[in-house]
Design a protein around this ligand. Structure first.
Ligand code: PLP
Length: 352
């Protein structure tokens, strides 16, 4: 039978009213890709490629559940603040559900693919002079006034309920828990959701243990590492350019209770991992996603990764979301004249 999306596949683990019709674009069931040879020793690395979701990021899991609940509860409009991917997912799932969608983005700070998606899915896209944290504070105030508007940021508990399903899939695909689960951290909803998912699967007897949770922030936007909010977060990884994460406590608890931690990586490390993923592994993920791999490589280099560990890193979004960074990193195409000699010369030059 073909995959039905996270609401129907995992309904027994989701707090949804039986009368609510699922809203789905058949999200989830993303590949867990083994990558032999990238880590040293007998370590095993797997990449959970969430870029393969319908709008190209893991946000689809949470949005399927949040929009199912919003429509079930009678909302007419969804609203969110977003660094881009939440906006794209909210716009798509609202379109699917027959709801209007309003998304508030930080002006000039969202990747072009995400902007294109949100616009074409038909959301009202509002660019705010201010960062993500300011946008979130604003939409939270709106929904206090408007019961017909559903907030679909990850402060909506249904979002995390949907996103925890990725942890179930990791366990199902591996036939057990990994030793480490590495994940980029922005607003900190996803690390909170994975941790919840792993614990629920353990408590349901599906697996004996839980993994050690490793969260990675960009150095210029690392409030959880510093222990205080960052007023002006800056990083090339716009999806995690957040200075005051809404799920702060959830992330801290995940790291502490699993024996893991929250660490930071520099933009240079993020971009190196981004290029490595594409050129050596064949996976085009967006810069924020590469923070997870950059972090795993950093922990290995500094001797903090157990020798025979099985590691899963979550690649949260697709590289096509952010074509500008890709071209910026890889350079423009070279010119060739319409002569076979010139072509052959280019081939030899390239393969030398
Ligand atoms: C939203 C997002 C993140 C950060 O997830 P949080 O739940 O906000 O911590 C990381 N990567 C991508 C691609 C995202 O869209």
């Amino acid at each position: 039978m073909s995959w039905r999306g996270v609401v129907e596949e995992f309904r027994g683990f989701l707090p949804l009213d039986a009368a609510w019709e699922p809203v789905s674009l058949r999200e989830g069931n993303t590949p867990l890709i083994p990558v032999p040879g990238l880590l040293g020793g007998e370590r095993e690395l797997y990449l959970k490629f969430e870029g393969m979701n319908p709008t190209g990021s893991f946000k689809d899991r949470g949005m399927a559940v949040a929009v199912t609940a919003a429509r079930g509860q009678g909302a007419r409009i969804t609203v969110c603040a977003s660094t881009g991917n939440t906006a794209a997912a909210a716009a798509a799932y609202s379109a699917r559900a027959g709801l209007r969608s309003v998304v508030v983005i930080p002006e000039g700070k969202i990747a072009r693919g995400k902007l294109a998606q949100s616009l074409l899915y038909g959301a009202a896209v509002l660019a705010l002079e201010g960062n993500f944290d300011a946008a979130l504070a604003l939409v939270r105030r709106l929904v206090e006034r408007r019961p017909d508007v559903a907030l679909v940021n990850s402060v909506n508990p249904y979002r995390l309920e949907g996103q925890k399903t990725a942890a179930f899939e990791v366990v199902d695909a591996l036939g057990g828990v990994p030793d480490y689960l590495a994940i980029p951290v922005g607003n900190a909803g996803n690390i909170t959701a994975y941790w919840k998912g792993f614990r629920e699967y353990r408590d349901a007897g599906r697996t004996p243990g839980v993994p050690c949770m490793l969260g990675f922030q960009a150095e210029g936007a690392a409030p959880l590492v510093r222990g205080v909010p960052v007023e002006h977060p800056e990083t090339v990884a716009t999806a995690i350019r957040i200075g005051n994460p809404a799920s702060w406590q959830g992330a801290v608890a995940a790291a502490r209770d699993s024996g893991g931690g929250i660490f930071s990586v520099t933009d240079a490390q993020i971009l190196a991992a981004y290029r490595l993923l594409a050129s050596r592994v064949g996976i085009f993920a967006e810069p924020a996603s590469a923070a997870a791999l950059a972090g795993v490589l950093q922990l290995e280099r500094t001797g903090r990764l157990a020798p025979r560990a099985r590691v899963v890193a979550v690649l949260t979004g697709h590289g096509l979301k952010d074509p500008d960074t890709a071209i910026d990193q890889a350079g423009a195409p070279r010119h060739v004249s319409a002569e076979v000699d010139a072509l052959e010369e280019a081939v030899d030059h390239w393969s030398a």
